[in-house]
Design a protein around this ligand. Structure first.
Ligand SMILES: NC(=O)c1ccc[n+]([C@@H]2O[C@H](COP(=O)([O-])OP(=O)(O)OC[C@H]3O[C@@H](n4cnc5c(N)ncnc54)[C@H](O)[C@@H]3O)[C@@H](O)[C@H]2O)c1
Length: 268
């Protein structure tokens, strides 16, 4: 028997959330959806100015948004984000691990420093942010939601040049399941969204400029867009709505799952 709100099963009013990389792109789309679904959001981003601007844009919604500067690859990032959310709003109910980088460099040209940076941000940072948030949720005895933004590249490589990225996102897909299993007894639900090609600031920036990396990125995006059955790139809000579903009471019996939102790309 369902106890869901019949008019709005996606209501997250009064919940307190952290969105990493929330200053722009998919993360900003998620922060916006959450604020308009009633949640209070810490926009945790390495770009302090952009995070402040994002929080400002969201003022006036039913939930509150505050900005904080954090580099998710640093060992104290998780604890800092949890403290900020508790200090501002009183608890941590939802963590969205969205911050990520996607340099387009073939493995044969990749130096060790960049490979390790991709893993430190996309996988290790995500894992330790999850640990910090789950510790807080366990102490609160409230349960909670952790949502990991993976990629269709966790399932199938999109193009040459993404070996480090694909390894990191494959790691996210498996961490998502293993951590879901570990924290299920505490009522913490861990799920992922795997976006296909989404038009964001990061993708636009990667495609601009003159170097070989920008050229490869343009090629990847052009080729990928032709392969999308729905014949267009996605909008950040189309990832945000799937994320809101996973954060909401509507997803109360799901854990360790990954929802693919790719305009049908993986059908080809
Ligand atoms: N755009 C796509 O096509 C696409 C597809 C699949 C998956 N994804 C994933 O979605 C997520 C968001 O991608 P996007 O396209 O919106 O990116 P974006 O570059 O537009 O935005 C990323 C945000 O993360 C922040 N960030 C970067 N490094 C950080 C760090 N070390 N600590 C904290 N914040 C940091 C940036 O400042 C920025 O605000 C990433 O994990 C990405 O891998 C994107």
């Amino acid at each position: 028997m369902t106890t869901l709100n019949m008019s709005n099963p996606f209501d997250i009013s009064g919940k307190n959330a952290i969105v990493t990389g929330g200053a722009m792109g998919i993360g900003f789309g998620i922060a916006k959806r959450f604020v308009w679904a009633g949640a209070n959001v810490v926009i945790a981003d390495i770009d302090a100015k952009a995070a402040e601007a994002a929080a400002e844009k969201l003022s006036g919604g039913p939930g509150k948004a505050v900005a904080m500067q954090v580099d998710i690859s640093q060992p104290d990032a998780g604890d800092k984000m949890v403290k900020k959310c508790v200090d501002e709003f009183g608890s941590v109910d939802i963590l969205v691990n969205n911050a990520g980088i996607f340099p387009n460099v073939p493995m044969m040209e990749m130096d060790r420093e960049l490979f390790e940076k991709v893993l430190a941000i996309n996988l290790t940072g995500l894992a330790y942010a999850s640990k910090a948030a789950a510790a807080q949720m366990i102490a609160q005895k409230t349960g909670g939601r952790i949502i990991n933004i993976a990629s269709i590249d966790a399932i199938h490589p999109s193009a040459v040049g993404l070996a480090a990225y694909d390894a990191s996102k494959g790691g996210v897909a498996m961490f998502n399941k293993a951590f879901a299993l570990e924290v299920a007894p505490y009522g913490i639900l861990v799920n992922a969204v795997a976006p296909g090609a989404i038009a964001t600031e990061g993708v636009a920036k990667g495609m601009s400029g003159e170097g070989p990396e920008a050229e490869r990125m343009r090629q990847v995006v052009n080729e990928m867009t032709k392969m999308i059955p729905l014949q267009r790139m996605g909008d950040p809000d189309e990832i945000a709505t799937a994320t809101l579903f996973l954060a909401s009471p509507a997803a109360s019996y799901m854990t360790g799952e990954m929802i693919v939102v790719d305009g049908g790309r993986l059908l080809k």
